[in-house]
Design a protein around this ligand. Structure first.
Ligand code: NDP
Length: 293
């Protein structure tokens, strides 16, 4: 039986609708408009596309969007002083520094300069620690989106075997923490994992966050498993055109899995929707108001 396709685009639209309702209520009842500042250093084309898309969607749900586009050779001191200003600005509730940063800038230093309460990407070391210890934190947007889709699909995740392929700080590790928080039995696989196909075959839930086009074939997937494909890879398509594919080989995985996210239209749209939701959460927390569910 063919897998159910998990429609991340539709799910993300639903979340954006809920965010817009909450934003309208914040304005009406408290005179508050959540504000998101996005900082882009340099001219990486993919980052420019992401930043544009984030800005557009922020405005569409009724929030304020502020974009700071800095020259590629911006000094660390200048970037840090901008972050300091944004930290102190009461109209800004969320700050996102688009990664990757140019090589001369220390990403860890920059991210850790953001006020953790405004760190809507959830990458600040305080938020990482809070998530790891099961405390209230800002949760990284991509793994949060994956978790929401999994909960929607399964209801309870308790006791399920989950394999996360990839151990990056922005996807793999926080994803594993979230699955553990939902009582999955979690395995984190990476480039040194022995017999990856066998490891993946054990999983009820496979989250692939590798960055290698179509690396996971269908014969690695346990029949009926749920496959969440985080990968976004641009490859040569027919007629010299490029196309986007995930880290899983879609057709063969969809033939075996119980449910699967497509690329594009799966995890990607959920990431920005979760960023908007995190910004509303940050605004509510900053003002001592109850948070959205
Ligand atoms: P990273 O490059 O930071 O991490 C990749 C991980 O994959 C590493 O842990 C690496 O292992 C592991 N890996 C590499 N090769 C293999 C292999 N052959 N077998 C098993 N594991 C392997 O990537 P990110 O986590 O930042 O991103 C992963 C993918 O997700 C990318 O395609 C990216 O574009 C996409 N992405 C999508 C987002 C979205 O919104 N949908 C958001 C963020 C990322 P090791 O640590 O041993 O090197």
């Amino acid at each position: 039986m063919a897998a159910k396709i998990i429609d991340g685009k539709a799910f993300a639209a639903k979340i954006r609708g809920e965010v817009a309702t909450h934003v309208a209520r914040l304005k009406e009842e408290h005179g508050l408009t959540p504000g998101l500042a996005v900082v882009l250093v340099g001219e990486d084309p993919a980052s420019q596309v992401y930043v544009r898309s984030k800005g557009k969607q922020t405005v569409e749900v009724g929030m304020n969007s502020v974009e700071h586009k800095l020259e590629p050779d911006t000094s660390e001191a200048d970037l840090l002083s901008l972050i300091e200003r944004l930290n102190a600005d009461p109209a800004i509730h969320g700050i996102l520094v688009q990664l990757p940063l140019p090589d001369h800038l220390d990403s860890d230093l920059v991210i850790n300069a953001i006020d953790p309460a405004k760190d809507v990407d959830g990458f600040h070391i305080s938020n990482v620690g809070l998530l790891g210890t099961g405390q209230k934190s800002m949760v990284p947007c991509t793994p949060l989106g994956c978790l929401m889709m999994l909960r929607e699909e399964h209801g309870s995740l308790s006791g399920l075997d989950a394999v996360v392929v990839g151990r990056s700080n922005i996807v793999g590790k926080p994803m594993a923490q979230l699955l553990l928080g939902d009582s999955c039995t979690v395995t984190i696989a990476h480039s040194r994992t022995k017999d990856l196909p066998e490891v993946v075959r054990r999983a009820d839930i496979v989250v692939a966050a590798v960055g290698r086009p179509e690396m996971v074939p269908g014969d690695w997937i346990k029949p009926g498993a749920t496959v969440i494909d985080v990968g976004i890879n641009r490859i040569e398509g027919e007629g010299g055109k490029t196309r986007l594919v995930g880290d899983c080989h879609y057709e063969s995985c969809a033939a075996v899995a119980g449910a699967i996210t497509p690329v594009p239209g799966g995890v990607g749209p959920m990431t920005i929707a979760c960023l908007l939701a995190n910004t509303v959460t940050a605004c509510c927390r900053a003002n001592g108001l109850s948070e959205p569910d």
